[in-house]
Design a protein around this ligand. Structure first.
Ligand code: AHM
Ligand code: MG
Length: 354
């Protein structure tokens, strides 16, 4: 009977967030409206990602066969025209960014937007302003787009503390001041994982309904895992603690079994697996990139927020990741995140160095 109830009583993401917000009497539904615009962006990107393979195929055929057959050319031309409705083909990451920016501005609930795709922050015009600031990476894992491997969107949300003219100061705040964070993974299924500070909850897109349905309530990361995830191609440039840690993953001293290595190269996919199966994800500093690769505002903070909410930890090599105070909107930081005990181990190695 319980299983039946689960199937017929659909907890959509909107219903879930409305329920959560109703606990605050002062809530006026602004957050729900903001989130439904983020969800719209995710649905659009999901659909675009699914069609990307097809569009690419048509593009390639166009390059090689135009001279070969005039009729084939005509066929491809009209097919491309109908598929894109005459719009010029934009790259998937640029297209995704445009969709998110427009959805967020038109929500009327935002003032400052920071996107990985745009060098400068977007300040929303006064007539459309609202009390939230959103930092996001519209399509992360770009190296995986063309081969169809999982990619994702990452976002974090701050509130504006004043009604003066918005500035970048409104987002240059530590991650522990975020009010919500999440990601959407475009993989074998499309999944949105969200935290508003009361645990981590996963929603799966039901394509036939066009709705995200709660499928993974209250995700908790295992206390210790048996997977490590890192780009080992950078090993020759790592510092002492990272080198020692990865060595221990492969050759444990305490007789425990060696950890398995899994690395997709899409942060969303690697973090998602870490959250569900446990273990550790590392993007450390190295000699070539002393601040690592990943961006503080829209990669490190949202994932660190989710990890802590799920019972894990996120560490920069120096301190708790959420306590960083970024000085620039595209700042980078090394990051070690995952199961509580696994992150504890790397923290001890850095502490021993000091
Ligand atoms: P991108 O913004 O160019 O997509 O780069 C970010 C991605 C992350 O998703 C992933 O964790 C990392 O880069 C992988 O980097 P590398 O290829 O150096 O291992
Ligand atoms: Mg990115």
């Amino acid at each position: 009977h319980e299983a039946d109830a689960f199937r017929t009583d659909l907890m959509t993401i909107t219903r879930f967030v409305l329920n959560e917000q109703s606990k605050y009497p002062e809530s006026r539904g602004d957050f729900t409206i903001l989130l439904s615009n983020i969800v719209l962006g995710c649905k659009f990107v999901c659909s675009a990602v699914n069609k990307a393979g097809l569009a690419k195929l048509i593009g390639l055929a166009g390059d090689t066969n135009i001279q070969a057959s005039f009729f084939l050319f005509l066929f491809i031309y009209f097919l491309t025209f109908f598929l894109s409705c005459g719009e010029e083909q934009k790259k998937l990451d640029v297209l995704s960014n445009d969709v998110f920016i427009k959805a967020l501005v038109s929500s009327g609930r935002t003032s400052v937007l920071v996107s990985e795709e745009d060098e400068e922050a977007t300040f929303v015009e006064s007539s459309k302003r609202g009390k939230y600031c959103v930092v996001f990476d519209p399509l992360d894992g770009s190296s995986n787009i063309d081969c169809g491997v999982s990619i994702g969107t990452i976002f974090g949300i701050y509130t504006m503390e004043h009604s003066d003219e918005p500035t970048t100061k409104d987002v240059l705040k530590p991650g522990n001041e975020m009010v919500a964070a999440g990601y959407c993974m475009y993989g074998s299924s499309c999944m949105l994982v969200l935290s508003t500070g009361t645990g981590v909850h996963g929603f799966t897109l039901d394509p036939s309904l066009g709705e995200f349905i709660l499928t993974h309530p209250d995700i908790k990361i295992p206390k210790k895992g048996n997977i490590y995830s890192v780009n080992e191609g950078n090993a020759q440039n790592w510092d002492g603690p990272t080198t020692k840690y990865v060595e221990r993953c492969k050759y444990p001293k305490d007789g425990s079994p060696a950890k398995s290595l899994r690395y997709v190269g899409s942060m969303v996919a690697d973090v998602h697996r870490t959250l569900l199966y446990g273990g550790i994800f590392l993007y450390p500093a190295d000699k070539k990139s002393p601040n690592g690769k990943l961006r503080v505002l829209y990669e490190v903070f949202p994932m660190a927020f989710l990890m802590e909410q799920a019972g894990g930890q996120a560490f920069t090599g120096k301190k708790r990741a959420l306590d960083l105070v970024p000085k620039k909107i595209h700042e980078r930081s090394p990051i070690f995140l995952g199961s509580y005990d696994d992150v504890e181990e790397i923290k001890a190695l850095y502490a021993a160095e000091e």
